[in-house]
Design a protein. Structure first.
Lengths: 807, 289
């Protein structure tokens, strides 16, 4: 007689344990089956002392299990207590071999031959139980490992890490201090991992702490090392330890043997589930990472929610009240499920999302109704979102001088993608042309969708290419006339420093910079002389296009990672020959561009004199990454009296802590770029903030919310310009006037002004907010007594260098 | 539009001396010219002095100017807000110079041994120190920047420490007398300067001479001894010379910086003295009335 349960839960991770604890609470007969001899194996195998994060922070936690960010050990101890206090029926060392559906219940058979039967089965096995393993000869050797428990266990070892995802890089970084570490990467670069891990690893590679082999894969493993295949042939790496971090995939064979169907052949595909986490086998449920919900909190909530429903006491999903709030303005009283369906039907880029992705995305969105004539956004605003038209239509006014010349965009389309992805200001004003319902998706959510849903990326690219070509080449003409040109256009990505056009080439093509920036340079007397600076939206390469045999007169180089639309010259010529009106519009666009670059060339071809100095300054600024800035702090050292008033003003207006440092800045050509935030077009700091504490305001400042910042330092690590400091923000007092006055002449040294409040000091990320917290006018600039300091957009500064500095 | 674009409308790197095309210079000039005219056109019964109608007028104007100019010291430390400090400094400089003339006219070009003349003398000293300050603000940033050539104080200090260490290590290869000479020369603290150096540069010159002497002695002494070959001597002489050049640079950096900022240590206390003297001057005048 097999034991009979109402619910059998497979896997004792956060999801499974939460489900079991809830079942125990409701008095349901249950069993929790765990493969290993301890609970929560995935978290158990985390690196010793690892800080576990509890995001998404805004998602409330449901159920019996406590969970706050903290050390692995604390969290495991808390969960262990839950299992004991709720008297959860745990069966350890019970690897499940099969789950068979009989008439109205399941028979679950374990590896030791024992079997149980249950009315419902919840699969909460995650992915880590099924990590990818090496398949090369020798993969079974004992020195091949698939995880790293404690990096301190290894010292003076030769270690080869195979796989350059986050897990692999984190292991390599943790080990490289005390060991000789090589990383074998299948990809041409490290782009697959999180930016913070990539930048740390890049640094370790440059300083020689880690050896990296890109485009490489293991061939065979022997007792003393591993042989890998690289673009330069086979390389043998001697190794004491080989750590393979190849990711984890759903245990497809096992799931299919249970009768579960997969939507595609992709080994990483996850099974399709209903809203209530039920698979295609009635009574068989999947929660947690196996169902695509990779975060701990989501798994805990799902386990609770599912068992409540099975116990006949359903509770709405944890995100339901949050989603209800999002929908309340535009759809008062409408149930969330219906709104979700409405969005699928009316917003094409959301149509391909799974239910989970849609809910997650919607949490970040704003749904808004606009009356006819209402402004959606204005030219010059800073962009932080994509606007989708679910219903109605909008008019896009590109040129303020010609308010009648507008482009109408209808339901199902979106606006604002150009500024969004280039990080530039809005180039048009958009107003509702009819009563409309709009869905605003913020940058962060768009980025997430771009990486996880291929169609979203393709659609954004497709529309961006069409619109940029239209607005650049013939904004007055109907887009239909441009279809052939659009068809001949391709989108290319260039890395920072990559050459887009080389001086002397004869390639007939036209380029539009979609995002990033570029320099136009000509070599003279062996020196690259920068002639011009191009921002997103610039048209270039037009001279080579006007004359088929003209050689390129200048080299164009991407200053930061840039997307460029490359348009073949042939279809452009054909189209222009056919449509005279378009030809006129096009030649106007080209002439403007030509005139601008000629003017720049005339003033800057000499490499001596004031123009040469201007070129040297712009070289220096660009070499310091000013090309991706929107607002940069620059000091003219021939005027600066080093009085420090800028720093004191910053400190005085920001709680006693200055966010500017002249001493740590970079200087050349008598220009100083103090260490201070540049408010980048696409801020690096925003990319990995786990709590979304960093945002861009409509006026362009990139700011860190001090209330939500948890001091994790990710932004500080990600900032390539080191402008974010982690500071203990205890209250500070200003030294008295006598000390301040004596300090300005060097006769006193103000002591550490922190007031000891007795409270535990908390570190927060601090950086320049352009004084948006203190009146909105940068105090560092207004406090400069001599006129040396400016805070300015780099384009404006470059223009001044070219034209204004030597009138 | 947004404050981003308005930043472009600001003058970029334009010295406070030419703030808004020297509007305050013109205003101060106009004020001075009017006062001179007023002074020239008056017909006092006795010699021109502070007691005439024009004298009282000029005196009141000068007193207001003194207080307003002194208020700059307070305003300078009030941070935030929209006002650009640069404009105020421009006005401070030009009206400060105008004040000198207004005050002299008020006194009727006369000096005696009393509190009234003391006020004028103090005022002259304040203005003179301020004029030096304006010169320093205009001249030394350029000199300092040229001298620094992209180095920072931190980088120069680090470089000096490296050179010191290298000199000491190289000296270990040499006989005791040379080793102790080198150690003495590169002793810590030689790069610290005080106020006396600002005026006379004595201590710096001493250090400089010591350094030069050390180099010379290393060279001559080693030339006498057959044991040392030029290839052994050269690195030490080279390092000592590099150190000498760096020390020179650091000294200049320090000196420029001090000259640029330390004049305020005279300007500010004298201003406080001036205000006290001015108060007494006004009280005495009205008491005598």
């Amino acid at each position: 007689m097999t034991p009979q349960f109402s619910i059998a839960i497979v896997g004792s991770g956060p999801g499974g344990l939460s489900a079991a604890a809830t079942a125990a609470r409701y008095g349901l007969s249950h069993v929790l089956l765990e493969r290993t001899d301890h609970l929560c194996d995935t978290v158990y195998r985390y690196q010793k002392g690892k800080k576990v994060m509890a995001h998404p922070m805004r998602l409330p936690l449901l159920g019996e299990m406590p969970f706050e960010q903290g050390a692995r050990e604390t969290i495991l101890a808390n969960w262990q207590r839950v299992a004991v206090e709720h008297a959860v029926n745990v069966r350890l060392a019970s690897e499940v071999n099969s789950i068979a559906k009989t008439d109205d219940d399941f028979t679950v058979t374990m590896a030791d031959g024992a079997a149980i039967s249950a009315a419902h089965v919840i699969l909460a096995i995650g992915l880590q139980g099924n990590i990818r393993r090496l398949t090369v000869p020798g993969a079974e050797k004992p020195h091949v490992k698939y995880q790293l428990d404690d990096p301190d266990d290894y010292r003076d070892k030769r270690i080869v890490v195979i796989g350059a995802g986050d897990a692999g890089l984190e292991n390599a970084l943790a080990l490289c201090g005390n060991n000789d570490v090589s990383v074998v990467n299948r990809q041409p670069d490290l782009s697959r991992a999180k930016p913070a891990n990539v930048s740390d690893t890049d640094r370790a590679i440059r300083s020689g702490r880690i050896r990296a082999f890109h485009n490489a894969s293991p061939l065979r493993i022997d007792d003393e090392g591993v042989t890998i295949d690289t673009p330069n042939g086979e390389v043998r790496l001697p190794a004491d330890i080989i750590i393979a971090r190849l990711g984890a995939i759903p245990p497809r064979k096992f799931l299919e043997s249970c009768g579960i169907k997969f939507p595609s052949k992709d080994p990483a595909a996850i099974p399709e589930l209903s809203e209530s986490y039920e698979s295609n086998v009635p009574g068989l449920y999947i929660i947690g990472a196996l169902g695509g919900y990779t975060l701990i909190k989501q798994a805990i909530n799902q386990g609770h929610e599912l068992v409540r429903r099975l116990a006949g006491d359903p509770t709405p999903p944890a995100d339901a009240p949050l989603l209800q709030n999002v929908c309340a303005d535009a759809f008062p009283g409408k149930p969330v499920n219906l709104v979700l369906q409405y969005l699928r039907d009316h917003v094409p880029i959301l149509a391909g999302l799974t239910s989970l992705q849609l809910r997650e995305t919607l949490l970040d969105c704003t749904l808004a109704r606009f009356g006819k004539g209402d402004t959606v956004f204005s030219r010059g605003d800073y962009t932080s979102s994509l606007w989708n038209i679910a219903e109605g239509a909008v008019s896009v006014e590109l040129d303020p001088a010609r308010p009648d010349n507008v482009i109408e965009v209808g339901a199902g389309e979106f606006v604002g993608e150009l500024g969004l992805l280039s990080g530039r200001r809005r180039n048009a004003t958009v107003t509702a042309a009819a009563p409309s319902i709009m869905v605003e998706i913020p940058l962060r959510a768009v980025r997430r969708l771009q990486t996880s849903v291929a169609e979203v990326q393709q659609e954004l690219d497709r529309v961006a290419v069409r619109r940029l070509i239209h607005t650049t080449l013939g904004p007055d003409r109907p887009i239909a006339e441009l279809e052939d040109i659009i068809a001949g256009a391709t989108l290319r990505t260039y890395r920072a420093g990559a050459c887009i056009i080389k001086e002397g080439e004869t390639i007939a093509a036209l380029y539009i910079l979609r995002s990033g920036s570029a320099t136009v340079a000509r070599s003279e007397a062996g020196r690259e002389n920068v002639l011009n600076f191009l921002g997103a939206g610039s048209l270039f390469g037009e001279r080579g296009f006007l004359d088929d045999h003209a050689v390129r007169a200048a080299t164009i180089t991407a200053t930061v990672a840039s997307d460029v639309i490359c348009i073949d010259a042939a279809p452009v010529r054909d189209t222009l020959a056919r449509t005279p009106a378009l030809r006129a519009a096009f030649s106007r666009a080209v002439q403007t561009q030509l005139a601008q670059s000629l003017r720049a060339t005339v003033t800057q071809t000499q490499s001596t004199g004031p123009a040469g100095k201007a070129a040297a300054i712009s070289d220096f600024l660009l070499s310091k990454g000013v090309g991706e800035a929107t607002n940069v702090f620059i000091i003219d050292e021939t005027i600066c009296t080093r009085c420090g008033n800028c720093e004191q003003a910053c400190a005085a207006t920001h709680g006693g802590i200055s966010r500017v440092s002249r001493e740590l800045g970079a200087s050349a050509e008598q220009i100083l770029i103090p260490l201070a935030c540049r408010h980048c077009e696409t801020p690096h700091c925003m990319a990995n903030c786990p709590v979304d504490a960093i945002s861009r305001t409509p006026t362009g400042e990139v700011i860190i919310n001090q209330q939500t910042c948890i001091g994790c330092e990710k932004c500080a690590e990600d900032c390539p310009y080191d402008v974010i400091s982690m500071v203990d923000i205890g209250a500070r007092k200003r030294p008295n006037w006598l000390v301040r006055m004596l300090a300005t002449v060097g006769l006193a040294r103000p002591a550490d002004a922190r007031i000891d409040t007795g409270a535990e000091h908390e570190k927060k990320a601090l950086k320049c907010d352009l004084c948006s917290s203190a009146g909105g006018i940068p105090a560092c600039v207004t406090a400069c007594p001599t006129g040396a300091a400016v805070r300015i957009a780099p384009e404006a500064y470059m223009t001044w260098l070219r034209e204004g500095s030597n009138p | 539009m947004t404050r981003f674009s308005s930043a472009a409308a600001l003058p970029i790197h334009r010295s406070f001396l030419v703030w808004r095309n020297g509007i305050y210079a013109k205003a101060a000039l106009l004020l001075t010219a009017s006062c001179i005219l007023l002074y020239a056109l008056q017909h006092p019964t006795g010699p021109a002095n502070g007691g005439t109608a024009v004298g009282y007028f000029l005196g009141t104007l000068a007193a207001i100017l003194v207080l307003w100019l002194a208020w700059f010291g307070i305003r300078r430390r009030r941070y935030g807000g929209a006002g650009q400090l640069e404009g105020l400094l421009s006005a401070h400089v030009y009206f400060g110079i105008a004040l000198m003339i207004v005050a002299t006219l008020h006194a009727g070009f006369r000096l005696h041994w009393n509190v009234h003349s003391l006020t004028l003398v103090l005022l002259s000293l304040v203005v003179a120190s301020g004029m030096f300050g304006s010169y320093a603000f205009w001249r030394y940033p350029q000199l300092m920047t040229q001298n620094r050539a992209s180095a920072t104080l931190t980088s120069m200090t680090a470089e000096l420490a490296t050179l010191d260490l290298r000199c000491r290590q190289l000296a270990l290869l040499f006989p005791d007398d040379i080793m102790s000479l080198v150690h003495e020369t590169v002793a810590p603290g030689t790069a610290h300067f005080g106020m006396a150096d600002l005026v006379w540069g004595r201590r710096h010159n001493q250090v400089h001479r010591n350094n030069l002497a050390a180099i010379a002695r290393v060279q001559t002494q080693l030339a006498d001894r057959q044991a040392a070959t030029p290839s052994e001597v050269l690195p030490l002489v080279q390092s000592l010379t590099q150190r000498l050049i760096l020390m020179e640079r650091m000294y200049r950096d320090w000196r420029y910086r001090a000259l640029m900022l330390q004049w305020r240590a005279i300007h500010v206390p004298l201003t406080i003295g001036l205000i006290v003297a001015l108060a007494i001057h006004v009280i005495v005048v009205f008491y005598d009335w």
